[in-house]
Write a protein of this length. Structure first.
Ligand SMILES: C[S@@+](CC[C@H](N)C(=O)[O-])C[C@H]1O[C@@H](n2cnc3c(N)ncnc32)[C@H](O)[C@@H]1O
Length: 217
């Protein structure tokens, strides 16, 4: 598959105005081809996210820490984390088709077939040492309010790591002039502190990505 065809196929999940249910259904439609469309050469989100988690957690703690892979998709972040020695990984993923594939990987302990940031979810509070998201931000994807859930389900002292396409801050209405201000507001309120924000090149389709790392207070 060439890059143009792959870009178009992926864009179906990011059409302006797409609703959360439509997003989940679009991923279900493309689930069988997802790993080919967003191949590791075209989309480096899972690799970047897993490397960031590994940079924050020393090897001796990797068998103990509890991780949740939010917007886990087909499970690529979990597979990479397992390769790095992490063994206690849960997943949250609203698309039925993607969930069916991630369950087959065998790397996840508990799975949640739910959205983040869209009403109440059933993940218990103060549960995770690391919450990681690769590619879960976008048009109709995790809304700004999802940050409240991220903070709620992460333990005090735990990390929230979000990897997303940089340009979404410019044209996804949900995020433009809202996502970073809300993150800053949460820091002002003392619920989390920023550890690092960095730009990474060639995140997806040769476009830059952002890696946000926060520590929950
Ligand atoms: C580009 S895929 C990323 C999958 C995986 N993390 C990866 O990097 O390969 C985006 C995923 O976000 C999920 N998603 C969309 N909206 C979401 C929400 N509100 N909460 C949680 N996951 C969501 C989709 O179902 C889809 O599986």
């Amino acid at each position: 598959m060439d890059d143009k065809t792959a870009y178009k196929a992926n864009y179906r999940c990011h059409e302006p105005g797409i609703t959360p249910d439509q997003v989940a259904d679009s991923y279900t439609d493309m689930a069988q081809n997802y790993d080919e469309i967003l191949s590791p050469e075209r989309y480096r989100g899972p690799e970047i996210a897993a490397n960031e988690v590994a940079a924050r957690i020393s090897e001796d703690k990797r068998g103990i820490v509890r991780i949740i892979d939010v917007a886990a998709g087909t499970g690529r972040v979990g597979i990479l984390l397992k390769d790095k020695g992490f063994s206690n990984i849960d997943a949250l993923e609203p698309s039925k088709g993607m969930m069916a594939l991630l369950e087959k990987t065998g790397v996840y302990t508990n799975t949640y077939s739910e959205f983040l940031g869209v009403g109440q979810n059933s993940v218990p509070k103060d549960t995770y040492d690391v919450l990681v998201i690769a590619g879960g931000m976008g048009e109709g994807h995790i809304p700004v309010k999802g940050i409240d859930d991220m903070i709620r389900i992460t333990k005090s002292g735990g990390f929230v790591i979000i990897v997303m396409r940089k340009e979404y801050l410019d044209y996804v209405e949900e995020y433009k002039d809202k996502l970073i201000p809300y993150m800053d507001e949460m820091e002002k309120q003392g619920t989390w502190t920023k550890v690092e924000l960095k730009t990474v090149h060639n995140y997806s389709f040769n476009k830059d990505g952002l890696v946000f790392t926060y520590k929950v207070v």
